[in-house]
Design a protein. Structure first.
Length: 363
């Protein structure tokens, strides 16, 4: 494995030096919920009191502290076959929720919402941490009922610190906590599962999203300056960014105008497909009412098969002609990231970096 020298302090001081000061925080929320001295201010995370603990949990949970991917992958998948581009998976589908209401509220096919609802109905989870509210006012939500999960459907393209509510779920005695998260949050979840001190073993299901970047909240001020109203729904198709205003009017903004609001940390993000999740869900980039669904763990497989068997979701064979496009997008992202100087948090097994940086058929 590649190793990097890290700061002697791997507590709050290390978090400040290696993650917060260089602007690498992904606003996942993991450290915020755990430590009363770490707070969010809008989309900024700050340590409000100096803490002398040298080997802090806050540091170990962070998806931007040194991340031993080989260890985390083994903790999730044991010895299952590993695909360095797409991550470990048992199957790929196009999928959508069967229920029309879920589809109409969902971002694309509503698969995330349908699976989270089904997991709760089946007792696999007793609560779910999600990102609720409208895109311009997105907030973390702790859902203990199906209604709350349904209300939180839809993508918010800013970084919502969902994991800040994990400890609240623990305090409220939830035993089987489900999380819907961006890939950086999924990595934090798997680090949390290593930590008995924070009851990480209560994480019962991790539904990961595809995510190539997120936006800073400044994008909404930019929209206001353009004279646009509050955004009630947002999508990022290939040709620009679609904003639906609260009055129902839809506006397309060229991607180039939005690009300055992409968060810097996303440019250093090695995992666009939530490789450590039980299942990962993204768009199809072809059919707006459908999702791409990547099934990864045995738990994810059982959930998807059961949901399909009772008609909660509909599955279609993933079209093989789409696979090179998906692989190429991920390959190129990983390649760009591994060439950056701020990639030092990424600990990969021997040879993995060479697949992307030294060449390979998928360039
Ligand atoms: C910041 C971001 C970037 C993304 N980029 C891509 C991409 O490049 N390519 C791609 O194919 N897909 C991307 N996605 C995923 C895509 O937007 C959909 O979330 C995914 O396809 C699931 O669709 P669905 O219809 O099943 O979602 P739904 O059923 O509507 O469920 C969406 C779930 O995501 C949760 N959620 C919404 N916003 C956030 C957030 N900011 N952080 C954490 N959880 C959130 C909601 O609470 C809800 O549970 C991105 C998502 C986000 C949040
Ligand atoms: S744990 Fe999450 S919120 Fe805390 S510093 Fe790291 S990335 Fe930011
Ligand atoms: S690109 Fe990476 S760091 Fe940025 S929000 Fe998505 S998963 Fe998190």
């Amino acid at each position: 494995m590649e190793t990097f020298t890290k700061d002697a302090s791997s507590g709050a001081a290390g978090l400040r030096k290696e993650v917060l000061n260089p602007g690498l925080c992904t606003v996942c929320g993991a450290c915020v919920g755990y430590c009363p001295y770490i707070k969010t201010f809008g989309e900024q995370v700050a340590i409000i009191h100096d803490c002398k603990v040298c080997d802090g949990v806050c540091y170990r949970l962070c998806p931007r502290s040194f991340t031993d991917y080989e260890m985390l992958r083994h903790s999730v998948f044991e010895d299952a076959d590993f695909d360095p581009v797409l991550g470990t998976h048992t199957s790929l589908y196009f999928a959508r929720a069967k229920e029309a209401e879920i589809r109409s509220r969902g971002q694309y096919g509503g698969v995330v919402t349908a699976l989270a609802l089904f997991a709760m109905q089946q007792g696999l989870i007793d609560c779910a941490l999600v990102a609720g509210g409208v895109p311009s006012g997105a907030q973390p939500f702790l859902c203990s009922s199906s209604e709350h999960i349904l209300e939180s459907a839809g993508s918010k393209y800013t970084a919502v610190p969902t994991l800040s509510l994990f400890q609240e779920a623990v305090r409220n005695d939830f035993q089987r906590i489900g999380v819907v998260g961006r890939p950086c949050q999924v990595t934090a979840c798997r680090k949390m599962q290593q930590e008995k001190e924070i009851n990480g073993q209560r994480l019962a299901l991790v539904i990961g999203l595809f995510c190539f970047w997120s936006l800073s909240a400044g994008v909404y001020s930019f929209l206001k300056e353009k004279g646009l109203g509050n955004c009630s729904r947002m999508d990022i198709p290939k040709d620009g960014v679609d904003f639906r205003q609260e009055n129902g009017e839809q506006i397309k903004i060229p991607l180039e105008e939005i690009r300055p609001y992409i968060k810097d940390t996303c440019l250093a993000c090695y995992d666009p497909l939530s490789e450590l999740a039980d299942v990962s869900v993204g768009s199809t980039e072809q059919y707006p009412g459908w999702n791409t669904l990547v099934v990864r763990t045995q738990k994810g497989k059982q959930l998807v098969e059961a949901a399909s068997a009772v008609g909660v979701i509909e599955l279609q064979t993933y079209p093989l002609e789409r696979l090179p496009l998906l692989r190429q997008a991920v390959f190129q992202k990983k390649q760009r990231v591994l060439k950056r100087p701020d990639r030092s948090y990424i600990g990969l097994p021997a040879g993995e970096k060479d697949i992307f940086v030294e060449g390979g058929e998928e360039q």
